[in-house]
Design a protein around this ligand. Structure first.
Ligand code: SF4
Length: 452
């Protein structure tokens, strides 16, 4: 028996897919790289933008003839396209789909497999813990000992309701996992060979606000920091309003917490931010970045920008350009605005910018960012950085610095999961290349050269 999973969207979906794979492998399924050869096909979908939604429909249309040829194949549509409340229209449009699952919920697939009488004690155990957040059997067998860096959801859903964002409608209100549940998952991952964890949430820095004793993300980072086999800890995505002094202090103080912060600004104009319902001004954001850079000077910073929000004038766009020019982020995730059904922006604001104009603005920012990232990364040339090695990519090892820079280098040794000092010889906007500088490290907490 074989399974195949298609995953779109954010790191949360990547983590969910990993857990679905783990459950299916526990039932005796093996991974199949080809959907055509699988007995269970899971489509884990994203609707954050129209293009992501279109991709999901494209997958579904591809599967229609396959299901007609092999009716016994189980097709499971999962994730944000289905949403927490389910989506009856999907059932009508795609009657050949066997199972519809909300984000992070393995329950409907397991119930369906039970109905098909492939029941087993393992299946019952999984059914008992059907919410993907509940379990300690985290990685699929096929990834154990191979996966170096893993995602760990710590807070699900979002209660913020930015006017453009469909996530709260699809993933529901925020809820945090108890600290002991997160730490036991991280311990389990460490036993399975993982060296780096990224704690995930739509607004990860709101972690704990819904828990009885209100622990903070900084508290959670301290707990995870105690787990010996874990060398590096990251967290994403932050919201400017919740990135507290306490959290910045934790990044500065805890050696395993990497110097990399993802904190979306979305736009560089106050009126646009107000209509996006982001809850801060560009001045607040500038102050925050200044504070982070003062306390953690070597940190790398990533942000998100949406171009072409309803009513965005040339002058307002220009302010976003200037903000990026001024703050010089390491990474900018760019998106063109597309109205998402049910959101405030889709209901009350006219999507009035032509696609060509959105594309033009996107390209202008893309070019600017390529230049800035190229300049920042060129500063690494000649330096030696500690790289946590993840996997082979063609004939080179691929890994990341503490600042989340992608580094490639050649070596005949098996270096997966090791921390290797690499001397950077070439840097572009998106990656760097280098050569191993000296003997391999296993503890990133005691950097011998430069802590990047
Ligand atoms: S903070 Fe805003 S943009 Fe982020 S998930 Fe929540 S509603 Fe969406």
């Amino acid at each position: 028996m074989r399974y195949h999973i298609w995953t779109a969207g954010c790191q949360m979906n990547v983590a969910d897919s990993q857990r679905v794979a783990s459950a299916l492998e526990k039932l005796g399924y093996l991974p199949s790289p080809r959907a055509e050869e699988a007995d269970v096909i899971v489509l884990n979908t994203c609707v954050v933008r129209q293009s992501a939604e279109d991709k999901a429909y494209g997958w579904l249309h591809t599967l229609r003839p396959l299901k007609a040829r092999r009716p016994e194949v189980v097709i499971n549509l999962m994730g944000c396209l289905v949403g927490i409340k389910g989506n009856p229209e999907l059932k009508t449009a795609f009657p050949f789909v066997d199972v519809f699952s909300p984000p992070s919920d393995l329950g409907p697939l397991i119930e369906h497999l039970l109905m098909l009488d492939v029941g087993s004690p393992e299946l019952l155990e999984i059914q008992h813990h059907h919410t993907l957040m509940d379990r300690d059997w985290v990685l699929p067998q096929s990834e154990r000992g191979r996966l170096v860096s893993a995602y760990v959801p710590v807070i699900e859903g979002c209660s913020h309701a930015c006017s453009f964002c469909v996530i709260p409608l699809r993933r529901g209100v925020e809820h945090s996992r108890p600290m002991d549940e997160v730490t036991s998952e991280v311990r389990c991952l460490a036993k399975q060979g993982v060296r780096e964890v990224t704690l995930l949430g739509q607004i990860v820095d709101r972690y704990g606000k819904d828990l009885p004793d209100r622990p903070t993300l900084a508290d959670l980072l301290r707990e995870v920091h105690e787990i010996e086999e874990i060398d590096r800890i990251r967290f994403l995505t932050s919201h400017p309003n919740w990135l507290t002094d306490e959290l910045i202090e934790a990044v500065a103080e805890l050696p395993k917490v990497c110097e990399h912060i993802e904190v979306p600004v979305q736009a560089g104009d106050d009126e646009i931010l107000r209509r996006m319902k982001r809850g801060y001004s560009t001045e607040d954001y500038r102050l925050l970045i200044k504070q982070i850079r003062q306390r953690v000077p070597e940190t790398s910073l990533a942000t998100d920008i949406i171009v072409g929000f309803p009513g965005e004038t040339t002058i307002q766009f220009r302010r976003t350009y200037q903000l990026l020019e001024e703050l010089r982020f390491d990474v900018v995730h760019l998106a063109r605005y597309s109205p998402r059904p049910g959101t405030v922006a889709a209901r009350r604001m006219e999507d009035d910018l032509p696609q060509e104009e959105k594309m033009y603005r996107f390209r202008v920012l893309e070019e600017l960012q390529a230049q800035i990232a190229g300049e920042i990364n060129t500063g690494y040339v000649g330096r030696t950085v500690n790289v946590l090695v993840e996997e082979m990519h063609k004939d080179r090892w691929k890994g990341r610095t503490r600042t989340n820079k992608l580094v490639f280098f050649k070596s005949d040794d098996n270096l997966r999961g090791q921390i290797v000092p690499v001397r950077i010889e070439w840097a572009g906007p998106w990656s760097m290349r280098g050569v191993p500088a000296m003997s391999v490290h296993t503890q990133s907490t005691t950097p011998i050269v430069t802590a990047v």
